[in-house]
Write a protein that binds this ligand. Structure first.
Ligand SMILES: Cc1ncc(C[n+]2csc(CCOP(=O)(O)OP(=O)(O)O)c2C)c(N)n1
Ligand code: SF4
Ligand SMILES: [Mg+2]
Length: 310
């Protein structure tokens, strides 16, 4: 009997373990945590962009998310809490030929590191940032984060948060980032595509990923199992639509209507569910005009009022 033909297709396909450090596994992440999906999507995006592992540097801060740089087999830096964008900026200036990807948690990026993130976006250097928004401080035990939804219960907001969560999309627009996309761990193919898009252009590209921390956040908000929390997230996901895709190619004008206050009566505690904009999937905006020596871009002008029409 002749031997079956070698699986040539498989050899050219994506194999996750080639992007991992076996000596660092198993990971410390809880079973079912969305972080595994995110690591896999980043690796796939690098693979399908045709980048060699040595051409890529992953820079992380501190947190469950921050641990990703220990497991990924790129050039890696596990830095200090909130400072990943600053380390990444230095690395990019010293080694501009590298593709530099920062990974941060919501607390890492928007609490202690908010200042660094804003200025990295303002400089608009060619960095890719993946911000894992699980609505909570995971590593330190489930405290309130800047993205905890109104009504969400945490170990430091037992009765439910009453603060309006930060809107990373609005922050990215205001600071001057070139690209912003939002994805969820429920749609890993879409997430991979968004990271690929982020890797493909000049300027600062930010991908916010809505992820599940069922062990801490879910447990306090009626979804203690990974699958249950992901299903609840999915039920509240607004699928990307042609209008959104059209808008993505245009510069976007900010309006107050985009960041409405959330009336307490409408508050729902699951990650990202209280406003449509927080969970819309896909590219939210992309401003890939000419980039000058200082990293500033010149976007093409949009027809007046286009934003309101959409
Ligand atoms: C300077 C400093 N302050 C505080 C901490 C404690 N700390 C470690 S991780 C973390 C928050 C992690 O939350 P997030 O960034 O959302 O990441 P996650 O664990 O949810 O992925 C905090 C406050 C620290 N390590 N260093
Ligand atoms: S504590 Fe939450 S974010 Fe951290 S590994 Fe566990 S499920 Fe994931
Ligand atoms: Mg977090």
């Amino acid at each position: 009997m002749t031997a079956p033909a070698p699986p040539t297709q498989l050899q050219t396909s994506f194999i996750l373990r080639e992007y991992l450090r076996p000596q660092m596994l198993p990971s410390t992440w809880c079973p079912g945590c969305g972080l595994g999906i995110i690591l896999s999507s980043i690796a796939q995006a690098v693979h399908f962009r045709g980048l060699a592992k040595d051409q890529v540097a992953m820079v992380s801060g501190i947190g469950c998310t921050g641990r990703m740089s220990g497991y990924a087999d790129f050039n890696t830096l596990h830095t200090t809490h909130g400072r990943a964008p600053a380390f990444a900026t230095g690395l990019k200036l010293a080694r501009p030929e590298l593709t530099v990807i920062t990974v941060m948690g919501d607390g890492d990026a928007m609490s202690i590191g908010g200042n660094h993130l804003v200025h990295a976006m303002r400089r608009n250097l060619g960095l890719v940032a993946v911000v894992v928004n699980n609505s909570v401080y995971g590593l330190t035990g489930g405290q309130l984060s800047p993205t905890t939804p109104v009504g969400g219960h945490t170990t430091t907001a037992r009765a439910g948060s009453f603060e309006r969560p930060m809107n990373l999309e609005a922050l990215a627009r205001a600071a001057g980032a070139a690209f912003f996309a939002r994805a969820t761990v429920n749609h890993s193919f879409g997430l991979t595509k968004m990271v690929e898009r982020a890797l493909s252009g000049p300027g600062f590209a930010l991908v916010e990923v809505i992820s599940n921390c069922h062990v801490l956040y879910g447990k306090m908000n009626e979804t203690p199992e990974a699958a249950g929390m992901m299903m609840a997230m999915d039920a509240n996901t607004v699928r990307s639509n042609p209008t959104l895709q059209r808008r993505a190619r245009l510069p976007v004008r900010l309006t107050d209507a985009e960041t409405p206050a959330v009336p307490a009566a409408d508050a729902r505690p699951l990650a990202g569910v209280q406003t449509d904009t927080r969970l819309r999937r896909g590219v939210i905006f992309e401003r890939r005009g000419r980039v000058d020596y200082s990293g500033r871009y010149y976007a093409q002008s949009a027809p007046p009022g286009d934003d309101e029409a959409a």
